[in-house]
Design a protein around this ligand. Structure first.
Ligand code: ATP
Length: 282
C-alpha cells in the first residue's frame, strides 16, 4: 500500500490559452497540504483532475492508490468542498441528509447533526436561499460526516467569517487525529494555511514553483531590510525577490547564501508567495 494519499506525475492539461503542467507532487498520508497560487494559476484545474471532473491530456494521477479517480468507490472515501453546493436548489437540509445517507456507505448521521447545530444551519430553508457562508458550512458538514480518509477543499474557507473559519480549522485538526487522514486545501487565505498546513505547494502559471514543508520554508528563507549599498554586498543568487523603497530595499533571501551578521526575520507564507511571484517590485 502506498504511503501517499495523492500521487501526481507529469500531469498535463491544456486549455485554449492555458497549460497546466507538467506537474509532479506526492502528498504523504497524515499531512495537510496548502495549495496556493494567484487567480488562474491552475489550483481548481488540478483539483478537478484529481476528482475525475476533468480529463487529463497526459501524465499519471493516483488518489488513495486508485488510478480511476472517477470511481464511485473512491468518492465514498473522499470529502470534497468546492466554493458552491452541487445539490438541487430546492432541497433543504433534511432532504440532503437523507440523500447523503443513501450515497455514502459510512454516513454518520450523528456527526452531521452535531455539525448542523454547531454551524447553525436551518432545518426548513431550501439551500437556494442559503448565504454563501451557509453553503460552505453545509458542504463542510457533509465532507466531515462520512468517514472520509482524504479531504479535498477548494477555497473552503473563503466567504466565511473569522470565527467560523477558526471553527473549521479546528475541525480539520480534529480530522487529522487519525494518522491515515490527509487534507489538500487550496486557499487565498494564507493565514489559515499558516495555522494548519504541514506542506505548501505553490503553483504559478500552471507550474509548481515549490512543494516544501512549511517549516523548511520558514527556516530556509528570511526577510531583511537593507540600504542600497548593503544590498550590493549580497550575492544575486541569494535574492528571491525585492521591494524597492526610497530608503533602501526589503528582500526575501535564501538564508544559507547571505553573510552572517545580516539580521533576518522569518517570512510569512504570504511574504514568500508575494516575493516569489513578483521577483522585483518597485
Ligand atoms: N473548462 C475550462 N475551459 C477553458 N479554460 C479553463 C477551463 N477551466 C479553467 N480554465 C482556465 O485555466 C486557468 C486556470 O484556472 P483555475 O480555475 O484552475 O485557476 P485557480 O488557480 O483555481 O484560480 P482562482 O484562484 O481564481 O480560483 C485559467 O486561465 C482558466 O481560465
Amino acid at each position: 500500500m502506498s504511503d501517499y494519499a495523492i500521487e501526481i506525475k507529469n500531469l498535463v492539461k491544456k486549455f485554449d490559452g492555458f497549460t497546466l503542467g507538467p506537474i509532479d507532487f506526492c502528498i504523504p498520508k497524515g499531512t495537510i497540504v496548502g495549495y496556493i497560487g494567484q487567480n488562474g494559476a491552475g489550483k481548481s484545474t488540478t483539483i478537478k483532475l484529481l476528482l475525475g471532473l476533468l480529463h487529463k491530456d497526459s501524465g499519471e494521477i493516483r488518489v488513495l492508490g486508485e488510478e480511476n479517480t472517477d470511481s464511485i468507490a473512491l468518492k465514498d472515501r473522499l470529502g470534497v468542498v468546492f466554493d458552491d453546493l452541487l445539490f438541487p436548489r430546492e432541497m433543504n437540509i433534511t432532504d440532503i441528509e437523507k440523500f447523503c445517507s443513501r450515497i455514502y456507505t459510512k454516513w454518520d448521521k450523528e456527526c452531521f447533526n452535531k455539525l448542523k447545530i454547531k454551524f447553525d444551519l436551518p432545518e426548513k430553508q431550501v439551500i437556494n436561499n442559503y448565504s454563501r457562508g451557509m453553503k460552505m458550512k453545509l458542504s463542510m458538514a457533509i465532507a466531515l460526516s462520512h468517514n472520509a480518509e482524504l479531504l479535498i477543499l477548494d477555497e473552503a474557507t473563503s466567504g466565511l467569517d473569522p470565527i467560523v473559519r477558526e471553527e473549521i480549522l479546528d475541525l480539520l485538526l480534529d480530522f487529522m487525529q487519525d494518522e491515515n487522514h490527509t487534507i489538500l486545501i487550496s486557499s487565498h487565505i494564507l493565514s489559515d494555511l499558516e495555522k494548519v498546513a504541514d506542506y505548501i505547494s505553490f503553483i504559478n502559471f500552471g507550474k509548481i514553483l515549490f512543494f516544501e514543508t512549511k517549516d523548511d520554508l520558514k527556516e530556509n528563507y528570511g526577510i531583511c531590510t537593507l540600504s542600497n549599498e548593503e544590498v550590493n554586498d549580497i550575492d544575486e543568487a541569494a535574492i528571491v525577490g525585492r521591494r524597492v523603497h526610497s530608503f533602501g530595499q526589503e528582500l526575501l533571501v535564501k538564508r544559507n547564501l547571505v553573510p552572517d551578521g545580516i539580521k533576518l526575520q522569518k517570512p510569512s507564507i504570504e511574504d514568500i508567495m508575494i516575493y516569489f511571484v513578483k521577483g522585483e517590485r518597485k
